[in-house]
Design a protein around this ligand. Structure first.
Ligand SMILES: Nc1ncnc2c1ncn2[C@@H]1O[C@H](COP(=O)(O)OP(=O)(O)OP(=O)(O)O)[C@@H](O)[C@H]1O
Length: 262
């Protein structure tokens, strides 16, 4: 049997709730500048004990409430976040469409970003030159804007350019986080066609989305993540049904509580 393209074993990651909190001079004097006296007390596991395999050509949707660890899981697969427990093996290069903007730098122009991010993902100068007009066309960026710093772009423009660039990569694994929700309707249709083409090409995709339509359209499998735990690994229909049933139960419970309080 072929080896899985993505293999996650006992993945876990914890964060510190107060990571940004500044320490007082007194704390630094008592504990030194290196050791954080709050460490341990405020760490929480954003994800834990997550194991699954993804085979070549599968499209897996990750479903779950806000803040349950979906994006965190995608970041670990992408290799931008190192797990505190377990391992994730990805066989093949990854085209990541995470956090909406493909890692663009606001101070650089659209052209500079396309060239920089494209080359960071392994596109040669020749490929970038050949594909450049196609990328700008796909993203529907008006000619003057491509030489303007992306801080002046609308959020939709940034996402469109990011998608146009990353979708040119021929990497075997695609990670997509909520990108489809941002574009307008006509752009979304273009993205659907682009993703269909990529999936027809035996690529593997992991998609995080709150859109049931998008998940049902592309995914054959669903992982349901609840409070940092992988509670179901099944077909996408069953994963969505379980998630919807939990959501309904939660809403009913809240209504009942509100009714009692009134
Ligand atoms: N860098 C970080 N530092 C501290 N906490 C973090 C960090 N990144 C994520 N978290 C926390 O980890 C948990 C999971 O976040 P994550 O973004 O993975 O959720 P999500 O399921 O993708 O949510 P959403 O549907 O809202 O996008 C949340 O409680 C979040 O606040």
């Amino acid at each position: 049997m072929a080896e899985p393209v993505i293999e996650a074993k006992g993945l876990g990651v914890k964060f510190a709730m107060n990571r940004r909190r500044k320490r007082s001079m007194r704390e630094m004097f008592i504990h030194g500048t290196k050791r954080d006296p709050n460490k341990g007390e405020t760490d929480f596991w954003a994800l834990r004990n997550v194991s699954f395999d993804v085979a070549k050509g599968e499209c897996v949707g990750i479903v779950g409430k806000n803040g349950t660890g979906k994006s965190t899981l995608l970041k670990m697969i992408a290799g931008v976040l190192i797990p505190d427990e377990g391992t994730v093996t990805v066989r093949g290069k990854v085209a990541p469409l995470l956090e909406l903007r493909a890692g663009f730098n606001d101070q650089l122009t659209g052209r500079e970003n396309v060239n920089l991010v494209g080359s960071l993902h392994g596109m040669s100068p020749k490929t970038l030159e050949e594909k450049f007009d196609e990328i700008v066309d796909f993203a529907e960026i008006k000619p003057g804007f491509i030489d303007t710093p992306v801080r002046h772009y609308s959020s939709g423009m940034k996402v469109r350019l990011g998608f146009a660039l990353i979708s040119q990569l021929e990497h075997p694994v695609m990670l997509v986080d909520e990108v489809l929700a941002v574009g307008d309707k006509s752009f979304r249709n273009k993205c659907y066609d682009a993703i269909d083409r990529m999936l027809a090409n035996e690529r593997t995709m992991v998609l995080v989305s709150h859109s049931e339509g998008d998940l049902r359209r592309f995914c054959n499998r669903g992982l349901y993540v609840r409070q940092g735990e992988l509670v179901l690994d099944t077909d996408i229909k069953a994963a969505l049904e379980a998630y919807n049933a939990d959501t309904k139960a939660e809403i009913d419970k809240r209504k009942k509580k509100d009714g009692k309080a009134a």
